[in-house]
Design a binder for this molecule. Sequence first.
Ligand SMILES: Cc1cc2nc3c(=O)[nH]c(=O)nc-3n(C[C@H](O)[C@H](O)[C@H](O)COP(=O)(O)OP(=O)(O)OC[C@H]3O[C@@H](n4cnc5c(N)ncnc54)[C@H](O)[C@@H]3O)c2cc1C
Length: 547
Amino acid sequence: MTNSFTRREILAAFLGLPVALAACSTGPEPRFPTGEIVGASDGIGHRIRDGLSISPAPDAWRRTGVVIVGGGIAGLSAAWQLLKSGFEDFVLLELEPAAGGTSRSGTSPIVPYPWGAHYLPAPGKENAPLVSLLDEMGIIEGRDEQDQPLVAEQFLCRDPEERVFYRGRWYEGLYLRAGAGADDLAQLEKFNAEVNRWVGWRDARGRRAFAIPIKAGSDDAEVTALDKVTMADWLSGRGLNSPRLRWLIDYGCRDDYGLTLEQTSAWAALFYFASRVPKPGAESRPLITWPEGNGRLVSHLYRQAESKARLGLAAAQIIPTQTNGQSAVDVIAVDANAREAFGFHADQVIFAAPQFLARYLIRDYRDHVPAHLAEFQYGSWMVANLSLRDRPVSRGFPLAWDNVLYESPSLGYVAATHQRGLDHGPAVFTYYYPMCDADPRVAREKLLSLDWRSCVDVTLTDLSRAHQDIRALVERLDVMRWGHAMIRPRPGFIWGGARAAAVKSFRGIHFANTDLSGVALFEEAFYHGTRAGDEILSARGLRSLPG
Ligand SMILES: Cc1cc2nc3c(=O)[nH]c(=O)nc-3n(C[C@H](O)[C@H](O)[C@H](O)COP(=O)(O)OP(=O)(O)OC[C@H]3O[C@@H](n4cnc5c(N)ncnc54)[C@H](O)[C@@H]3O)c2cc1C
């Protein structure tokens, strides 16, 4: 894209033609800060996809009980679960030079910052394993009268939490109240009433329509029917056509799923609004965050698994075997340059990488690709971290944690410095751009062909709408291009059967990744990681599975 396209064409493709024309009419090429593209490491992944054939030397094989493939939240949570039960006979392989996957973080002289996930809503007591992780981290400071965990103040997102930029100035909150008419507000009320109905809804077994983890929620036909329509159609069916209401819901879908409301399953969109509200009319659970986002959770989990982890080592082949009636799994791993290969004879594997890789890594799947794998589709995201020597000028409501641009296809930025209470001077902003193109493959190619200068230009041109001085203040701008960032919960995926098929273990391989829930969330990655850990412990007679 960068070799053959002009600056105007690139800006038009990412930000729309009017913005591109305005940016290109202002004279010479703008000033560029320092920086680079930091990842992710696609090279070795593509070689594995293309059938990399490499064999470890006979003395490069070792025995281990379990190999965990992938050191994102799911893989690290699986390791956490195994270690908690005293099971240590495992190795964790992570392709990247750092653990964390899409919850990784980076460092700067100002503050650490996220490269992906940046917050976790406070869990309710029903999610006991997650509460126990947060307890262990010293994040829970007590229980209220209903025995719900109370998060210590310093870990809750600091005020002001959100602001939105619209036509020249910033406004408080995410819903654009300024200029809203009586009908807009009535529609907002009506939507909130619909959400509240779902918050209070229970099936015959007393299960919520939308629970976290999703597995604890209802599979009643009334709920699963929501997965058959798009959120746009669901809203239209209720006469909800207020542009600012639809913008708010579209923003939620783009923020959580990298999809527009025309692309998102109504089930997934309502899950976003209803699952974190404890009872009808109550506030959504508060957000837990750190300057480095969920990188703090990664550090905690990784510290415990560190001695078991092999970073920069990718699983290239997973081969289920059978010897004398005894099943086992061989794993061949390679370093980032595919120069060195290592073999592991394991009893079992936890496959904590995304499902789209299963067809390349698992030998049986290479030959006979299971039908359910085609249903797993992933969106791409660009994330940029900007180091600023000072705060840009803001008209209207002051800098918040989350700063959203109403008229942009991006999500705006999160201020990493906000949670530290640093309200003046140098700052780090994390800019998020989900690629919502209809065809995820086209979007991925578009993103991966963008060079660093074009990424910088898109980011700064977009942010210049709200901060005209931003180019002069940015000293460094690094970029992460996530090719397979997030599973896309489009209509039919959540309850269509593919997830149920993918979660079943296969010849000693136990699957764990947030994509098995159909939505990309810490809680779901953690659930699948600990569940897969429990499956291993149960198969070894070290724990009984919950019924
Ligand atoms: C931009 C962005 C923002 C997000 N924001 C939030 C947020 O604010 N809150 C939230 O809860 N969630 C957020 N998420 C969702 C996030 O994906 C989940 O929270 C969670 O991190 C998913 O973890 P995972 O382990 O399931 O998957 P992944 O993060 O995909 O981890 C998979 C791991 O497997 C590794 N791997 C792949 N192939 C191999 C191989 N062959 N061998 C060895 N290792 C391999 C990968 O390198 C990776 O580390 C965000 C995601 C993105 C992309």
